[in-house]
Design a protein around this ligand. Structure first.
Ligand code: PRP
Ligand code: ZN
Ligand code: MG
Length: 223
């Protein structure tokens, strides 16, 4: 791959993290010219560009070195770390950013009896997080079948394609609307600044240090 001299940050193209992530970067003194297709945004002052992608692709782009940093949910980062082996282990959380707070939880139909994780034995669990769910099931010695869905997980019990679910909960509105009851929290999540364990040793590394310093200032002011 051709060496880059500009820092490249990946973030969600459209979703719950998009607006707050852009606002945070603006507060750090970064501004971007929007390209026509809006997938690549050229940084105007500092040598920092943005790549707008699906959030699920962000950890992989950093692991491959296509991007230097990413703003992504801890849920997505940890799912990648859980299933990507060595490539995943090389990624870390540089900062937690205090927005996009949610949790990854198991939820069951409201009329299902539930006391402990072992009650899930033999059931079908729908999720978009097979890595995180699988690890939690092993920790709790539960033998269940994991059904991986890309989205609309909460509808699966009603459709009969799963018995229970494991998905993100923010307000809880989606669970209520689908007559589901939250039983176990697997992970507390929020947006994080993700990157490799070791930063680039060139000018990009200096830029990361500058960005982290500004980020700490902005986060401190907000707290
Ligand atoms: C997320 C998540 C839940 C819902 C939780 O989905 O997957 O379905 O939000 O939020 P709530 O507790 O406030 O209802 P999102 O709408 O982001 O879409 P997606 O599942 O297609 O990613
Ligand atoms: Zn996603
Ligand atoms: Mg959803």
């Amino acid at each position: 791959m051709k060496p880059r001299d500009r820092l490249r940050i990946a973030m969600q193209k459209s979703g719950r993290l998009t607006e707050p992530a852009l606002e945070l970067l603006n507060r750090c003194g970064l501004s971007f010219r929007q390209s026509r297709d809006k997938l690549f945004c050229f940084g105007e002052g500092e040598p920092v560009d943005l790549l707008l992608v699906r959030d699920d692709d962000i950890p992989g782009l950093i692991a491959q070195g296509v991007c230097d940093l990413g703003i992504v949910g801890r849920n997505v980062l940890n799912e990648f770390k859980g299933i990507a082996g060595d490539g995943g282990a090389a990624l870390t959380e540089w900062r937690s950013l205090g927005f996009g707070r949610c949790r990854l939880s198991v939820a069951v139909p409201h009329d299902m009896a539930y006391n402990a994780p072992t009650d899930l034995s033999g059931l079908r669990i729908a999720t978009s997080y097979p890595g995180l769910l699988g690890a939690w099931l092993r920790e709790n010695s539960v033998d269940a079948s994991v059904i991986t869905l890309a989205g609309s997980v909460e509808i699966a019990p009603k459709l009969g394609t799963a018995d229970v679910i494991c998905d993100l909960v923010q307000s809880g509105g989606t669970l209520v609307a689908n007559q589901l009851r939250e039983t176990d929290v697997l992970l507390q999540s929020e947006a994080v600044l993700a990157g490799p364990q070791s930063l680039p040793t060139d000018e990009r590394g200096d830029m990361v240090e500058l960005l982290l310093k500004r980020l700490d200032g902005v986060i401190q002011v907000r707290e």
